[in-house]
Design a protein around this ligand. Sequence first.
Ligand SMILES: [Zn+2]
Length: 382
Amino acid sequence: MNILRERLAQTFVELCEIDSPSWREKKLSICLQKLYRGEFADAQLAEDSSALATGSDCNNLVVHFPGSAALEPLFFSCHLDTVAPSIGVRVRRDGTRFYSAGDTVLGGDDKAGIAIVIEAMRYIKENSLAHAPVDFVYTTCEEVGLLGAKSLDRSLLRAKMGYALDSTGIDLAVIGAPASSHLTIDITGAAAHAGLHPERGVSAIQLAAQAIAGLTLGRLDHQSTANIGIVQGGKATNIIPENIHIEGEVRSHDPHLLQEHVQTVRRSFEEVVAKWAPAPGAELPDDFRPILDFGVSEEYPLMKLSPQDPVVRRVGAAAEQLGREINFIVAGGGSDANIFNGLGLPTAILGIGMDHVHSTDESIDLNDMVRTCELVISLLTS
Ligand SMILES: [Zn+2]
């Protein structure tokens, strides 16, 4: 395949240099809409109304191309947003490798994916290749909790399986990722002057500390992890803290273990609060009890594809057409693909070669983008 490498590079640089932090992806979305309308006569553009739910300044964008009825339709998803710092990105190129100027991320996560699918479609059209019907899905607010994907109007998707172009590594596909539960924990004790009336206070911070000290965190078993990531509380050193707010997460590749581990965390807090007794000499109302509010919400569902799933076999076969082999792996993070899989749309994540993502050292090589572009073309045409 003779991919126009420098055109791909130019598209990539242009996309990277459009600011698109989470919640402010509109400029990029409009640029893509202009590009598709300007270059592709048969592109059908649609937006959902996800901005109402996400708070972004634009909706998710879906670009559909009709294709050959003989080929199973596919979708490719990329997210529009980039992690901070990503305002004023200036791309620096060194040979075939792209970096930022050093003061921002590059934003190849996920603009490399966007540039790749655009170039793949250009190639397919310019070479008049028969291709599968395809939806290109551009989501907002992926980096801040997969918000766009969670609010996606799936009726805009005509394909029933697809690929997210959003992983480090090359020649690899992520076919498993854990489910994650988000924990929100609030403890209410009693405020009092720490020096004048300590008998009237109950420290929410101390209660939380006891509960957290009793937890196992980090890797819990070969499928599960847990973390307490946010602890907020206290107003001044001379006030016994009435409130503490804690947020954490449990992840697991096994839904049953996920439930178990969440319950273990819950019990640790419940026991500490239940065991609380007033200290000798306490001056508290007779009916005083510290209060625990323990909230659990699904951050994202499990992603678990099998080697026999058509979406997995198809990428294996597409790579084989190119004389390549795909390395299938299980990852520890959540992404839009978890949400798509949860919606009943089998989705694998393709490695696109990006490196040191979410840092100002982020980089990507043009050769890897070309390689992924060839794979996308092969997926769409074979
Ligand atoms: Zn990403």
